[in-house]
Design a protein around this ligand. Structure first.
Ligand SMILES: [Zn+2]
Length: 333
């Protein structure tokens, strides 16, 4: 199985994040991708390759031009304005208001939480997007399954919003690149609010998400069961919120519901937003899915026999991430 990966993710390494406990070490750290890469290098059946460069116009198929301009230019403008070099972090939020002319003042317009933007964030996010786009090109070229080892992740990034450690929506970009009918399944512990927003009015992309109930879990404001799409996309979004403590059996039952919906849709491709924070013991989750359960998940997804593109999202338990990737991807190799 081909794995598309770029070292550029190291450029994005914020030191801290703002949590309810104050400033704490940044969970979405470079070691996450490093440990997955190391394990895949040691496991037969995986071939690591570098992404290609794509025309910047491809980003505009998913993201807003003003937002892309902000992401690319905000850090130097922020530092030049005398703001802290540790990272761009909003303290006011637009809540549907208007976009101000000054770049620094746009921060709360284009961010929905306090996820920081540091010196190398745009470069790393762009390279992660290239990994996903290159994986899509490989699938279009006939590969049965490809894994995009993306970092930073993407599923919380909306058309014109960053947040939840995400800046560019890698999975949405890959699904758009594939074209045709795409089933995009998100198994990250957190709801993929950005991906949902991008495809909410689309009947081409079936979006399904299994995640912790937003009544108690991040991102809180999206991911409820009655969000089902709008306009041409009505009936093409499916949210399956799950309770705290969800283990292998109830998880696999919910997955089977999603798989039935995918089969009824009859897609040309499967895009999987794979977050390993669904595993028991994750510091940012509270499900109790086992590594063995993740293997079952991979087997059922591979059983769809669709050309598949797996995109890395969250997962913060460093010691299990490598094994998690092998267990999920094993059935596809
Ligand atoms: Zn997550």
């Amino acid at each position: 199985m081909k794995v598309v990966y770029s070292e550029a993710h190291h450029r994005h390494a914020p030191e801290t994040e703002l949590t309810r406990e104050g400033y704490t070490p940044y969970f979405e750290c470079p070691q996450r991708a490093d440990t997955i890469l190391l394990t895949l290098r040691e496991t037969p059946g995986f071939q690591i390759i570098s992404p290609s460069v794509h025309p910047p116009e491809l980003l505009l198929q998913v993201h807003d031009p003003g937002y892309l301009h902000f992401l690319e230019n905000i850090y130097p403008a922020w530092v030049k304005a005398g703001e802290p070099a540790s990272g761009v972090v909003p303290v006011t939020f637009a809540q549907g208001g208007r976009c101000p002319a000054d770049l620094v003042n746009q921060t709360g317009y284009y961010c929905f939480d306090t996820t920081p933007i540091v010196a190398g964030t745009y470069e790393a996010a762009l390279e992660a997007a290239r990994c996903a786009l290159s994986a899509a090109d490989l699938v279009l070229g006939g590969e049965k399954a490809v894994y995009a080892l993306c970092r930073p992740p993407g599923h919380h990034a909306a058309r014109a919003l960053c947040g939840g450690y995400c800046y560019l929506n890698n999975a949405a970009l890959a699904a758009t690149r594939l074209g045709g009918r795409v089933a995009l399944l998100d198994i990250d512990y957190h709801h993929g609010n950005g991906t949902q927003e991008v495809f909410y009015s689309s009947g081409q992309v079936l979006f399904l998400s299994l995640h912790a109930d937003p009544n108690y879990a991040y991102p809180f404001f999206w991911g409820y069961a009655d969000e089902g799409g709008a306009g041409k996309g009505e009936g093409y979004t499916h949210n399956l919120p799950l309770p705290a403590g969800t283990g292998d059996q109830p998880y696999l039952q919910a997955l089977d519901q999603a798989l039935a919906l995918i089969q009824r849709f009859g897609p040309d491709y499967l895009v999987l937003s794979a977050g390993f924070d669904l595993l028991a013991g994750d510091p940012l989750g509270d499900f109790s899915v086992s590594l063995e359960g993740l293997k079952r998940i991979g087997e059922r997804l591979a059983g769809l026999r669709l050309p598949a593109l797996v995109v890395q999202e969250g997962g913060y338990q460093l010691r299990h991430l490598g094994r998690a990737a092998v267990n999920l991807l094993g059935a596809f190799t």
